[in-house]
Design a protein around this ligand. Structure first.
Ligand code: SF4
Length: 282
C-alpha cells in the first residue's frame, strides 16, 4: 500500500463518504406517436363507457365491410398458401393430421424423415401404428396420430386404389380426417372450395372481426361460408392463418401494425382508433 493512503472506512453517518446520490430518472413523457402495442387509454375508455355495445344498426357482416376485410388481407398477404411442405395429396393429408396441436415448422421437420422411410400410402398401410410412433413423437399426441395415419393409409389403399379422394364425403370417411383436414386437402391440393378451413387462427380472428359469434368450428365454418364469397374461401383461410401468426396473435395482438385496425372492434385490441365491442372477442 502506498504510504499515507488510508483505506476508506464506512462513514459514521451511515452514508459512504463521497458516494453520489443515485441519479433521479427523468419523468417519462408521453410519446407523441403511439408505441407499438400501446393502448390508447382514452379511446378504449370511451368505448367502455358506451357499454362496448355496437351502435344501433351496426352489422359487421354487411358485404361492404366483408369486401374491405378481404381486400386488405389480399394486399397484406398476396399469394400465401399452406405452410405445410408436401408434394402430393397424400403427403398433405399426413402433414395436416400431424399438425393438430403442433406447429407447421415442427411438422415440416418430421415429414421428410417419414416420407423418405415410407414413400407411398402402401408403405404406411403395411405398418403397425407402434412402428410409426417414434418418428412422429415430437409432434405430440403421437399414438392417436399414428393410428390415424396408418388407418388413413389402409382406407386410401383399400377403397381408393392408393389415391386420396377429392370429395368431402369420401375424405370424411378416412380415419383422423374431420372437416378442417378435408378442407385443407380439397382447397390446397385439389383447388376445390368446398368449405372454409377453421383452425385456431381462423376461429380466433373470425370472432375478433365479428364475422361469427359462434364458438364451435363447424358453426363458424357455416357462418363464414354465408358471408364470404365462395371464390375467396381458400385464400381467406390461408391469409387469416398467416395474419394470426404475424399480427393477430392470441395474446397481445399487434393492432398498431394491423391493416384491419380501423375496421376491427375486437374487445381485446391492444391499440384502437375505433370503439371496441365487448362481444368481439376470441
Ligand atoms: S386490429 Fe388487432 S385484433 Fe383486430 S384484426 Fe388487427 S391485430 Fe387482430
Amino acid at each position: 500500500m502506498v504510504r499515507g493512503v488510508v483505506p476508506r472506512q464506512p462513514a459514521k453517518t451511515g452514508r459512504h463518504e463521497g458516494a453520489r446520490k443515485p441519479l433521479s430518472r427523468p419523468k417519462a413523457t408521453p410519446p407523441s406517436t403511439p408505441k407499438k402495442g400501446a393502448r390508447p387509454v382514452a379511446k378504449v375508455k370511451a368505448a367502455k363507457t358506451s357499454g362496448g355495445k355496437p351502435p344501433a344498426g351496426y352489422d359487421p357482416v354487411v358485404p361492404e365491410r366483408v369486401r374491405e376485410i378481404l381486400k386488405r388481407l389480399d394486399e397484406r398477404y398476396p399469394g400465401v398458401t399452406c405452410a405445410l411442405n408436401h408434394e402430393s395429396a397424400w403427403e398433405l393429408l399426413v402433414s395436416t393430421i400431424l399438425s393438430a396441436q403442433c406447429t407447421d415448422a415442427r411438422v415440416n421437420m418430421v415429414t421428410p424423415v417419414i416420407f423418405a422411410k415410407y414413400p407411398t400410402p402402401a408403405d404406411f398401410a403395411r405398418l403397425k401404428p407402434e412402428q410409426l410412433e417414434p418418428d412422429i413423437r415430437s409432434t405430440g399426441f403421437f399414438r392417436n396420430k399414428s393410428r390415424s395415419i396408418v388407418g388413413a393409409a389402409k382406407v386410401v389403399m383399400e377403397r381408393h386404389g392408393g389415391q386420396v379422394p377429392d370429395t368431402m364425403e369420401e375424405l370424411l370417411e378416412i380415419p383422423g380426417v374431420a372437416r378442417k383436414t378435408a378442407n385443407v386437402v380439397l382447397g390446397t391440393w385439389f383447388k376445390k372450395a368446398v368449405g372454409v378451413v377453421v383452425d385456431t387462427h381462423v376461429h380466433r380472428i373470425s370472432r375478433r372481426l365479428e364475422l361469427t359469434r359462434n364458438d364451435d368450428p363447424p358453426k363458424i365454418e357455416q357462418d363464414l361460408m354465408k358471408v364470404i364469397p365462395q371464390e375467396k374461401w381458400i385464400d381467406f383461410a390461408h391469409q387469416v392463418i398467416h395474419h394470426g401468426r404475424a399480427l393477430c396473435v392470441a395474446r397481445m395482438p399487434r393492432c398498431a401494425d394491423c391493416p384491419l385496425e380501423n375496421i376491427c372492434h375486437a374487445a381485446d385490441k391492444t391499440w384502437s382508433t375505433v370503439e371496441v365491442h365487448k362481444n368481439a372477442r376470441p
